[in-house]
Ligand binder design. Structure first.
Ligand code: UD1
Ligand code: UDP
Length: 367
C-alpha cells in the first residue's frame, strides 16, 4: 500500500514531477515511483534523477523505444502489474507522452484516483501524438491540475466538470525557481563552451513532426542558420537522440553556425538558456522556461499548446519556414523582455498535494 504512485518515463516528466516528489517527502506522504523506461539513455534519464536528488525508481519497466502502439501497450501491462502490487490511493501522471497515456489508462481501470498534472493543454492538432495523449488522459482523470486559467477553460469547453479542476500553476516554475540560483553557482557551461561575452542562441528540436520529416528538418536548420547569420550569433544545439538518429539517417549536414552538442544536464541547460539572447525550439517545456527566464523565444511549429507564452509577448510561432524563422527571430530580439510569467509562483506542487484525498501528516501543509 502506498499513498501516491508516480508514473513517469521521459526527461520532461522527471523534471516537472521532481517538485511533487519533493513535496511528498516534506509532507511525509508515502510514494512509489514507477518508471516506464521510455527514456533510458543516461543523458535523458539518470542524470536528472541524480541532479534533482530524486530516489531511484521503485520500478523500471524497461519498455524502451518502439512504435506508439507497441510502446504504449507494453507500458500498460507493466504499469497495471506495478499498481496492483503497490495499491496506491492516487496515481499521478504529468504531461503528454506515451508514458502518461499508459499510466492514465491503467489507473483509470483500477481502484485508485488519477491525477493529471499539466491538464488542459491543447494544440488542437490531432496529428501530434501528444494531443491525443493529453485529451485521453484528461478525460479519464479525477483530478485535473491545470497550470493556468486558459487550460481550465479548455477543459470546461470539453464538458469536464469544474469540481475536478484545480488551477495550480505549472510545476516547471517550482523546478526552475529551486534550481536557477544553484545553476548560476555550479554550472560551468558558459565557460566550457567558450561563450563568455558572445552573442548566442540556444536551439532544441526533437518533435516527431519536425525531425522525422527530412524536408522539414532541413528547412528548420536552414532557417536557424539564416537567423544566426542575420544577428551574427552562434547557435548551441543540444541534440536529442531522436534528432541525432534522424540527422544521421537523412545524411543532413548541420550548418556551420549551429554547434551540436550532447543533451545537457538540467542545471547546465538552465544556465545556458538563461544566458542566451534567443531560444529557438519545438519543445513544450523549453517554451515555458524561456518565458519564465525572460529570454525571447521562437517556436518552430505551426501551433502551440502554450498560448500563454504568445499572449504575454514572450514567444512567436514561426513554423519551419526559413523566412518566417528569420523574421520571428528579428522581431523577438527587437521586442524586449518585460513580460509577466503566466505559469504561477512556484507553489504548484504544494497545491497539487493539498487538493488530493491524502492524509497529510506534516503540520506545515495541514494549516
Ligand atoms: C517523447 C515524447 C515527446 C516528448 C519527448 C521528450 C511521446 C509520443 N513523445 O519523444 O512528446 O517531447 O519524449 O524528450 O511520448 N531514444 C534514445 N534514448 C532514449 C529515448 C529515445 O536514443 O532514452 C531515441 C530512439 O532512437 C527512439 C527515439 O529517440 O526511437 C524516440 O524516442 P520516443 O520515446 O519514442 O520519443 P521521443 O522523441 O523521446
Ligand atoms: N532539457 C535539458 N537538457 C537539454 C534539453 C532540454 O535538461 O539538453 C530540459 C529543459 O530544461 C526542459 C525539458 O528538458 O525542462 C524539456 O524536455 P523536452 O524538450 O525533451 O520535452 P518537451 O517539453 O517538448 O515534452
Amino acid at each position: 500500500m502506498t499513498d501516491v504512485a508516480f508514473v513517469l518515463g521521459t526527461r520532461p516528466e522527471i523534471i516537472k514531477l521532481a517538485p511533487v516528489v519533493q513535496a511528498c517527502q516534506r509532507f511525509e506522504v508515502d510514494y512509489t515511483i514507477i518508471h516506464t523506461g521510455q527514456h533510458y539513455s543516461d543523458s535523458l534519464d539518470s542524470v536528472f534523477f541524480d541532479q534533482l536528488e530524486l530516489p531511484e525508481p521503485d520500478y523500471n519497466l524497461g519498455v524502451g523505444s518502439s512504435s506508439h502502439g507497441e510502446q504504449t501497450g507494453e507500458m500498460l501491462i507493466g504499469i497495471e502489474r506495478a499498481l496492483t502490487e503497490t495499491a496506491p490511493d492516487v496515481v499521478l501522471v504529468q504531461g503528454d507522452t506515451n508514458s502518461v497515456l499508459a499510466g492514465a489508462i491503467a489507473a483509470s481501470k483500477m481502484d485508485a484516483e488519477l491525477g493529471h498534472v499539466e491538464a488542459g493543454l491543447r494544440s488542437f492538432d490531432r496529428s501530434m501524438p501528444e494531443e491525443t495523449n493529453r485529451v485521453v488522459s484528461d478525460h479519464v482523470s479525477e483530478y485535473l491540475f491545470a497550470p493556468t486559467e486558459q487550460s481550465k477553460t479548455y477543459l470546461l469547453d470539453e464538458g469536464l466538470s469544474e469540481h475536478r479542476i484545480t488551477v495550480t500553476g505549472n510545476t516547471v516554475v517550482d523546478a526552475l525557481l529551486r534550481n536557477r540560483e544553484i545553476a548560476r553557482q555550479k554550472s560551468n557551461v558558459i565557460a566550457d563552451l567558450g561563450l563568455e561575452g558572445t552573442e548566442f542562441f540556444v536551439m532544441t528540436a526533437h518533435r516527431q513532426e519536425n525531425v522525422d520529416d527530412e524536408a522539414r528538418f532541413r528547412e528548420l536548420l536552414a532557417g536557424v542558420e539564416r537567423a544566426a547569420e542575420a544577428h551574427d550569433a552562434e547557435v548551441i544545439y543540444p541534440v536529442h537522440p531522436r534528432a541525432r538518429d534522424r540527422l544521421e539517417a537523412f545524411g543532413l549536414d548541420v550548418p556551420d553556425r549551429i554547434r551540436t552538442i550532447e543533451p545537457l544536464e538540467y542545471l547546465d541547460f538552465l544556465r545556458l538558456s538563461s544566458m542566451a539572447d534567443l531560444i529557438l525550439t519545438d519543445s513544450g517545456g523549453v517554451q515555458e522556461e524561456a518565458c519564465i527566464l525572460g529570454v525571447p523565444c521562437v517556436t518552430m511549429r505551426d501551433n502551440t499548446e502554450r498560448p500563454e507564452t504568445i499572449d504575454v509577448g514572450a514567444n512567436r510561432l514561426s513554423s519551419c519556414d526559413p523566412g518566417q524563422i528569420v523574421a520571428s527571430a528579428t522581431e523577438m530580439l527587437l521586442k524586449g523582455n518585460d513580460w509577466e510569467n503566466p505559469f504561477g509562483d512556484g507553489d504548484a506542487a504544494e497545491r497539487i498535494l493539498r487538493a488530493l484525498p491524502l492524509e497529510i501528516k506534516s503540520r506545515e501543509v495541514a494549516q
